[in-house]
Design a protein around this ligand. Structure first.
Ligand SMILES: O=C(O)CCC(=O)C(=O)O
Length: 291
């Protein structure tokens, strides 16, 4: 995938290596104070308004929870959410775990209400039929819009479990640690890490946004190309258009008639060079002239 006009300025700076090493060794890292608190407050307001407008109520299964309110496909619900996938303090870490051709896999809110019980421990790549351990195909993040504490349902983690040769059994309990973090911090993890939402024993809500990425060569969990109106995507910055699937991965995967989808569908002007174009016919040099 070629670079585009809307590149993301890296705000992780010298800490990038630290975070990448933590994801490699323990399966996760916490980026403290990553998100401006004005944005955090605005996102909470937007989510509360959305839940009212959409009439969203908790699901009725152990996985999503029975006292947990989730809104999916957030990029369809207003420009503020567009800031999340491209956030300069977080995207460079996820690009380091996957690569620059990564995609938005899903973007949803997870508001764990008082009285919610712990979610089954799982790995987010559990349905992908690859032998484990394997390089990350998924890199997920949890934005803390409230403080995350052990008591209010902070995400529970099994450190180091991303290197296990199997996924967890959803019916079992495991020794876990809570990812406690202050509002505005972000938890980033390798998609094979065993984890789950915690029980909320307080009277307050634990509000998070699950910003999940996958590699450019597997299927996104939420179908971004069909789930977002093309007119909405046309207004996205170029980098976000690539992240939802309107680019091509490594000059090949996802093309339409040898064109970058954004060029065909959104009137963009990305470099359409395909990997094939770089292969020289026998008897010619790299400039295409006969030798
Ligand atoms: O809410 C959380 O802390 C984790 C949620 C989660 O892992 C999931 O729903 O897949």
């Amino acid at each position: 995938m070629g670079d585009s006009g809307d590149t993301v300025t890296d705000q992780v700076g010298g800490l990038l290596d630290h975070h990448l090493r933590a994801v490699e060794s323990q399966g996760f890292t916490i980026v403290e104070g990553a998100i401006d608190l004005d944005l955090v407050d605005a996102l909470v307001d937007d989510l509360d308004r959305l839940v009212r407008d959409l009439g969203t109520t908790p699901a009725d299964n152990a996985f999503e929870g029975t006292r947990t309110t989730r809104v999916y496909n957030l990029l369809a619900h207003g420009p503020r959410f567009q800031q999340i996938p491209v956030h300069p303090a977080i995207l460079p870490i996820c690009q380091g775990v996957l690569d620059r051709g990564l995609l938005v896999s899903s973007l949803s809110s997870i508001d764990i209400g008082p009285g919610e019980t712990a979610q089954p421990i799982h790995a987010d790549d559990q349905v992908i039929p690859l032998p484990k351990p394997h390089p990350a195909t998924v890199c997920n993040t949890m934005w803390a819009l409230t403080d995350f504490t052990e008591a209010n349902g902070a995400t529970r983690l099994v450190p180091g479990s991303h290197t296990a040769d199997h996924s967890p059994d959803l019916t079992r309990t495991y020794d876990t640690v809570p990812a406690e973090m202050a509002r505005g911090s972000v938890l980033v993890w390798h998609g094979s890490l065993w984890h789950g939402g915690g029980a909320n024993t307080t009277s307050e809500r634990r509000i998070g946004i699950a910003m999940n990425y996958c590699t450019g060569y597997i299927r996104q969990q939420e179908n971004q190309q069909l789930g977002l109106d093309r007119s909405t995507v046309a207004r996205f910055p170029r980098r976000l258009q690539e992240l939802v699937g309107y680019g091509i991965y490594r000059g090949l995967i996802g093309h339409i008639d040898k064109q970058v989808p954004a060029n065909v569908l959104l009137d963009a002007d990305a470099d359409p060079t395909l990997l094939w174009d770089l292969a020289t016919p026998s008897g010619k040099d790299a400039r295409g002239t006969s030798g």
